[in-house]
Design a protein around this ligand. Sequence first.
Ligand code: FAD
Length: 305
Amino acid sequence: MKDTNPFDVAIIGGGPAGLSGALVLGRARRSVVIIDEGKARNRVTRETHGFLTRDGSSPGEFRAAAAEQMRRYPSVSFVQDAAAEISGADGAFRIVTSGGDAYEAKKLLFAAGKKDRPLDIEGLADVYGISAFVCPYCDGWELRDQPLAVITSGEGAMHMAKTLAGWTSSYAICTNGPDGLTDEQREALAKRNIPLYDAPIERIESKEGMVEQIVLRDGRRVACTGIFFAPTLVAGSDLPQSLGCEMTEAGSLVINDFGGTNVPGVFGAGDAATIKYQAIMAAAMGSMAAVGINMELLQETWDNA
Ligand SMILES: Cc1cc2nc3c(=O)[nH]c(=O)nc-3n(C[C@H](O)[C@H](O)[C@H](O)COP(=O)(O)OP(=O)(O)OC[C@H]3O[C@@H](n4cnc5c(N)ncnc54)[C@H](O)[C@@H]3O)c2cc1C
């Protein structure tokens, strides 16, 4: 770590949002420390898709390429650690890490993503990121034309029923308990020959990460080679709330067009501040937040001249 405390900006989270923000800030000649504990939600996957020029890269390759490009900008430092506490206010924030180090920064960018609540279906963790995914736009192509299953209920089930039709004609809905559907919605599924199973799931059986079947508690089995499911997500970090940042019900930071939160000097980007979970979206948000932060710093310098 370069000894440039206090930094212009501390970025909490080194995924696409934080790294993209750091790139723009580094190029704007800002001193930046990225603090990242390396536990991105997509670390279970082998490939990231849909990011132009990076389609098919593993999350690790994506970050390695980012680190390589970041080396051109000596004012950007990277620390592998978790931000544990943050105090202070605009112009003088203090971050203490789990490792016991302290960093000071004028501005903060929260890009800490979101976290999955523990998966409560036996066998799901074995297939998550290999043959079970959360978003057809990210991983539907790899599972195209295969027999698939969706694990979700209510409006989510109807949404996925319509969406998956773009990738395969053979899929079943497993609601893992009460389906939360109206009679009209059940009829709509039946009319399109989409099987609906509302029995609780006993377990998912797989071989080397490849799902083979979903076993229901009523004894029925749903054969499939891929799954899409809706995980329950929570904010990647509680620290923004400890500073008084406003959050949505979905656990996202409330931000303006340039990533600014309701707390002066605190910005948000990426999954931490949206429910549109795509790496390229996160990177774009990090970039915009960096511009917002830099504009504030430039304005402050201008005003204090
Ligand atoms: C299974 C799966 C597959 C996906 N596939 C795709 C895909 O193919 N294409 C696509 O575009 N998107 C995909 N996504 C979504 C994509 O991964 C996210 O939208 C993107 O990674 C969000 O970037 P981010 O920088 O906001 O957050 P993240 O990438 O989650 O990075 C946040 C970082 O902050 C760190 N952090 C959290 N708290 C702290 C703390 N207190 N201190 C320090 N560091 C902290 C985390 O450890 C993590 O490294 C997928 C997601 C999942 C779950």
